[in-house]
Design a protein around this ligand. Structure first.
Ligand code: GLU
Length: 297
């Protein structure tokens, strides 16, 4: 694995999909990646992952950016929009095709389910002119291990536990796994701090980095906020958007979530004071090492 050298500058990022406004769960992810970066005197980038138009809400990207600013979460540098990265994604797909590690696939979800969710071998296309997805054939040696900053040692066997990952969808859209790997490398991201709902995706991202000889960032997956029914907070289960009128209080709640309760004298502080205090007092070991926690409403 191409490990990042210790002297590499710290570059973190928050990479929301514009499928709806920020809610408490996404604020926690934004704040954790921000505080981690600032505590290490690093750079904090924002990338809008707008590669799935059917799941996007008009105006959501601008709305998220505005909400970040209203909470004092000001990013460094330019915003990267994945919708403008088509050429880079196509070039990488071409490279992987030349390497002979991809194959077209026309299987439906149902067909795959009948095969236990895993592809037993490369597809034999019934109709080569019909639309097909492009899959990455998992390498035979596909045991991926990594040490997560918050969740500890992780291990996954891609070939047997995940199978052949889709890189380019049948509907012509690029897959998240492809775009995230290319853009983390393009932006020279050294640390990926995000919700633990993505922990399971990390080994396939590392696998792709290894195939493409790209560096592997350090990963840290923070507990995901769930509701009392055990569902992740999301637009789909009608989680309310955070209200910018209570921005400081929202930050205080998110800090509590991350094991970083501000002192009582900061109860009435504004966002920028809270964030300065948060970066100075950020301790990785205080973040609860659990995958999910119920958010009090
Ligand atoms: N765009 C993804 C989301 O909003 C996050 C991707 C990532 O952090 O790697 O869930």
């Amino acid at each position: 694995m191409t490990a990042l050298l210790p002297e590499c500058p710290y570059i973190g990022r928050f990479a929301p999909s514009p499928s709806g406004p920020l809610h408490f769960g996404s604020l926690v992810s934004a704040l954790a990646s921000y505080l981690e970066a600032k505590a290490h005197h690093g750079t904090w980038l924002v990338r809008i992952e707008d590669i799935d138009p059917p799941r996007e809400l008009p105006g959501a990207a601008d709305g998220i950016l505005q909400q970040l600013q209203q909470h004092g979460l000001n990013w460094d540098g330019e915003i990267l929009y994945q919708s403008q990265r088509t050429e880079a994604y196509l070039a990488t797909l071409e490279k992987l095709q030349h390497m002979g590690v991809t194959y077209p696939c026309q299987c439906s979800r149902q067909q795959l389910k009948e095969q236990g969710g895993l592809h037993p071998c490369r597809c034999k296309l019934k109709d080569p002119s019909a639309p097909s997805a492009l899959r990455l054939e998992a390498p035979t040696q596909s045991q991926i291990t990594f040490n997560d900053i918050f969740q500890g040692q992780q291990r996954q066997d891609i070939k047997h536990e995940v199978g052949d990952v889709v890189l380019h969808r049948k509907d012509g859209l690029f897959a998240y796994q492809l775009a995230v790997v290319i853009d983390d490398a393009f932006q020279q991201i050294s640390h990926v701090i995000r919700g633990s709902d993505l922990l399971d995706s990390t080994p396939r991202q590392i696998c792709l980095q290894q195939l493409l000889a790209l560096p592997t960032p350090l990963y840290g997956h923070i507990p995901v906020a769930i509701n009392a029914d055990g569902q992740k907070l999301s637009k789909q289960n009608l989680t309310p958007s955070i209200d910018a009128k209570t921005a400081s209080a929202n930050l205080i709640s998110a800090m509590h979530w991350l094991g970083l309760p501000p002192p009582t004298e900061l109860i009435h502080a504004d966002c920028s004071e809270l964030l300065v205090w948060g970066a100075e007092n950020w301790r990785r070991e205080r973040v609860p090492p659990v995958m999910e926690r119920v958010a009090s409403s």
